[in-house]
Design a protein around this ligand. Structure first.
Ligand code: NAP
Length: 286
């Protein structure tokens, strides 16, 4: 029977492990604080914001939301980031991205202090991901979603060493950094994209398949093999229902070892990773 790798227990364990660290910081007079910079009121941003406020509150940490109107000028956004960079009471900054098209997002990203860039929007942190310099005692922060995949695999005791892992998707925010984090754990990583020939065969060859293509139902039974494990990062609303990049019906016909659900898989872990990074940023300052 396929084991379900649910995200909620991973997020719960990670959050609980951070509570004593939050307490220790508070005893030193430091309240770990994440500033969230949001432009406008997109429903998916608001929903993520609600989730992360709950997550931080459950660990005794703080979220400060800076909500700018949808028509805020570029200068106001840039000044907001500059002010938060200088604010000693703010340890992490999350900028909801992508910004509406009329903004020069690159300029805003470049302004972010890498020390507070807890979701890896800056080149400095991207470099750390590729140089293997993210994690405890190291300077960089990996992006939260790829890091959430690694946390989930760790929680369920999946040893990546020597495993054939296929990642479907090569975006700068998910696929590529994830490939680097998996390599760091000694997996043998194949990265697929829209020009990959015979995607089903490359997928079937994997011990672990991680799908982050952003295409609902892309991965059907022809891409799956008995005994493999599957992590589905995709998240879509189809006919009013949430679903992933893996076609649930196709997957149900193949006896997988383990599979993440959508919803309730990787997505549930990302806010806990954001909390972890914010605590790390506060500890570094302390
Ligand atoms: P993206 O920027 O659109 O990148 C998609 C990648 O998948 C691209 O590299 C693309 O290849 C590849 N791809 C698309 N269609 C393909 C196909 N038919 N065959 C093979 N490869 C294909 O998306 P993203 O930002 O990385 O996000 C990926 C998914 O993760 C989305 O569903 C997003 O909603 C989800 N996501 C989830 C979380 C979470 O917390 N769970 C967080 C962030 C994102 P090319 O490079 O050749 O175009």
């Amino acid at each position: 029977m396929t084991v379900e790798w649910k995200g909620a227990p991973v997020a719960k364990a990670l959050t609980e492990s951070l509570v004593p660290r939050v307490e220790a910081l508070k005893q030193d007079g430091i309240l770990p604080t994440l500033a969230v910079v949001r432009v406008g009121e997109r429903e998916d941003d608001l929903s993520y914001e609600r989730g992360l406020c709950k997550r931080f509150a459950s660990a005794g940490a703080e979220v400060r939301v800076v909500a700018l109107p949808a028509d805020a000028p570029q200068e106001e956004l840039e000044n907001t980031v500059r002010t938060l960079n200088e604010d000693g009471g703010v340890h992490g900054i999350l900028l909801f991205s992508p910004l509406p098209k009329r903004y020069d997002e690159e300029r805003v990203r470049k302004l972010l202090s890498p020390r507070k860039d807890v979701d890896c929007l800056t080149d400095a942190n991207a470099f750390c991901v590729y140089a293997g310099k993210c994690g405890p005692g190291l300077p960089g922060f990996a992006p939260c979603t790829p890091q959430a995949v690694v946390e989930l695999l760790d929680f369920y005791g999946y040893d990546l060493t020597g495993k054939n892992v296929t990642v479907v998707g090569r975006s700068a925010v998910v696929g590529k950094p994830l490939a680097m984090l998996l390599l760091q754990r000694n997996a043998t990583v194949t990265v697929c994209h829209t020009r990959t020939r015979d995607l089903p065969a490359v997928c079937r060859n994997a011990d672990l398949l991680v799908v982050c293509a952003g295409k609902a139902g892309l991965i059907g039974a022809d891409c799956l093999r008995e005994g493999m494990c599957v992590v589905d990062v995709g998240i879509h609303v189809v006919d009013g229902k949430l679903c992933g990049d893996v076609d649930a019906f196709g997957a149900s016909r193949v006896p997988l070892d383990a599979c993440t659900p959508v919803p309730g898989g990787v997505g549930a872990v990302t806010t806990a990773v954001l909390l972890k990074h914010t605590v790390q940023a506060a500890e570094r300052r302390a």
